[in-house]
Design a protein. Structure first.
Length: 298
């Protein structure tokens, strides 16, 4: 099981140097909205080359690997942002890349992966989900880049916190979308090292909120999952090693309704001219509702 020592301060600092030519340093801007309980800031990871933070963790994991590990390329299991993150980094580093996707993956997501020249292997959904636990799949060769449960990936994600602290040293709380937990745990680990009084929350959607339910129960629980347009987060269960880590690092989980998240997508477009997917807007919905408290919230 992971502990805070799994992702050391040195690992996160080293990751920042390691990926400086892979991930851009994204801006932190104020949300143009008055009369909110908190002063809300947006960390615009949607401005990364693939539209998400995933290239940070993927790039760090590949840069940390030795040449022998990369001789046969890299592969990952994902139907969305991590697939694009691994494929983008592999192309930059001149590596072969294979992405195992569920047979339910959308045509739009498959097209995005294909544009990055990755080989796509579709498999049944339950077989795909099992890869996250087994970390292997028949016929796959090369280095496996886990979408979230990997200290190198989480350390890469933690570089987001270093940038936030440079731009907003007196930040009171940070809210990160929680899917597999690699973003939330990576960012929270960095704050525990560098500014431990900052509150760190997971953002979830009402249609699948296992982190909130697990915190309430005091143990890992499974919940009902209803598919929705918020498809970047929202799963029925947690992975044991990630729950062990999350319960050490996070101050809780904040749940928003589909209506609140849809309204936040519109708000971001109207007030800040930012186009966000549902998972990203979930954090904004939680912040403007006051669930993370007052003060400065990212």
């Amino acid at each position: 099981m992971y502990s805070l020592e799994t992702i050391s301060a040195r690992m996160i600092r080293s990751a920042q140097e390691r990926i400086k030519d892979i991930a851009i340093r994204t801006p932190l801007v104020r949300l143009n909205l008055e009369d909110t309980p908190a002063e809300v800031f947006l960390k615009l990871e949607n401005l990364q080359p693939i539209g998400s933070f995933k290239i940070r963790g993927a790039g760090n994991a590949m840069r940390m690997a030795d040449k022998v590990q990369l001789d046969e390329g890299v592969w990952t299991a994902s139907a969305g942002n991590m697939a694009q993150g691994v494929a983008w980094c592999a192309r930059q580093l001149g590596l072969k890349c294979t992405v195992v996707v569920p047979d339910t993956a959308s045509e739009a997501k498959l097209a995005a992966i294909e544009r990055l020249r990755a080989r796509i292997v579709p498999v049944p959904f339950l077989d795909w989900l099992e890869i996250y636990r087994a970390r292997q799949y028949k016929g796959m060769k090369g280095l496996f880049i886990h979408a979230f449960s990997d200290p190198a990936v989480m350390a890469g994600n933690g570089t987001i916190a270093l940038e936030i602290l440079q731009d907003l040293p007196d930040v009171d709380a940070v809210i990160t979308p929680y899917g597999g937990g690699g973003l939330g745990c990576g960012v929270a680990a960095a704050f525990r090292h560098f500014k431990p009084d900052t509150k760190c929350f997971a953002a979830e959607v009402e249609t699948a909120a296992p982190v909130s339910a697990s915190f309430a129960a005091g143990e890992m629980v499974e919940v009902e999952h209803t598919p929705s347009f918020v498809d970047g987060i929202g799963v029925p269960f947690l992975f044991p090693e990630m729950w062990a880590f999350a319960r050490q690092l996070l101050d809780g989980a904040l749940v928003s309704t589909l209506e609140e998240i849809a309204a936040s997508i519109r708000l971001l477009a109207e007030r800040n001219h930012v186009i966000a997917e549902g998972a990203g807007a979930a954090s904004v919905a939680a912040a403007i509702s006051g669930q993370a408290g007052r003060g400065k919230v990212v």
